[in-house]
Design a protein around this ligand. Structure first.
Ligand SMILES: [Zn+2]
Ligand SMILES: [Zn+2]
Length: 183
C-alpha cells in the first residue's frame, strides 16, 4: 500500500491581472525554489473597499486581512495574491507587496513593475523578471525569511525599482539554507 503525504501547494491568485502575466517559466522557477506545486487561480474580488481616496491607493494590509478572515486554505499552503492596483501601508508612500511572516498569505502589486510607470518603453521580459522577484520575496516571508542585507539576494528589501532590478530572483546562500530548513 502506498502511503502518500498530503502535498502542500502554493496558489498564485490573480485578482485584476491577466493569466499571461505568469508564464510556464515563472511557474517552473517558483516550483524549483519552493519545491511545491504552483497553482494559478483567478480570484473574484472587488478591491473597492480597500481603496483610500486621499492616497489614491489600496491598503495592502486590509486586503491581506480580508483573506485571513474570509478565506481558508489548508494548513501549510500559501497564497500569493497579485493585483494591478497600487498598494500602500500607512507608514510608507507605497509598497511593491506585503506578506505575513510565517503566515499563509502575501500580496504583490504589478503597478510599479512596469517600465511604463517610469515613463519608459514597456518591456515584457523586464516586467516578468520583476514580478517573479517580488513573488519570490513575499512568499519568502511567508516561509519565515526576513530581510537580507545582501543587496543581490531576493530577500533584500526593495524601496525602489532599482533595488528590485539589482537583486537576483534567488535567495542568497544564507537565506536558502534557512528556507531549506522549513521546506
Ligand atoms: Zn520584504
Ligand atoms: Zn539573503
Amino acid at each position: 500500500m502506498v502511503f502518500q503525504r498530503s502535498e502542500k501547494k502554493i496558489f498564485i491568485s490573480l485578482v485584476d491581472v491577466p493569466k499571461s502575466y505568469i508564464d510556464s517559466d515563472m511557474i517552473e522557477k517558483l516550483s524549483n525554489i519552493f519545491r511545491r506545486r504552483i497553482i494559478i487561480q483567478f480570484e473574484s474580488l472587488s478591491l473597492d473597499k480597500f481603496f483610500d481616496p486621499i492616497r489614491d491607493q489600496y491598503h495592502s494590509t486590509e486586503i491581506l486581512r480580508y483573506f485571513i478572515f474570509n478565506h481558508s486554505i489548508s494548513d501549510g499552503d500559501k497564497k500569493c495574491i497579485i493585483v494591478r492596483k497600487d498598494l500602500f501601508i500607512p507608514i510608507l508612500t507605497f509598497v511593491f507587496g506585503e506578506a505575513h511572516l510565517n503566515g499563509n498569505y502575501c500580496i504583490v502589486s504589478t503597478n510599479r513593475l512596469c517600465e511604463r510607470f517610469y515613463d519608459r518603453t514597456p518591456n515584457v521580459e523586464i516586467f516578468k523578471e520583476r514580478l517573479l522577484k517580488e513573488i519570490v520575496h513575499e512568499l519568502g516571508h511567508t516561509f519565515g525569511l526576513t530581510h537580507c542585507l545582501n543587496d543581490l539576494c531576493v530577500m533584500h528589501n526593495s524601496f525602489t525599482i532599482e533595488d528590485t532590478d539589482r537583486k537576483s530572483i534567488y535567495p542568497c546562500e544564507s537565506c536558502f539554507e534557512k528556507l531549506d530548513e522549513v521546506l
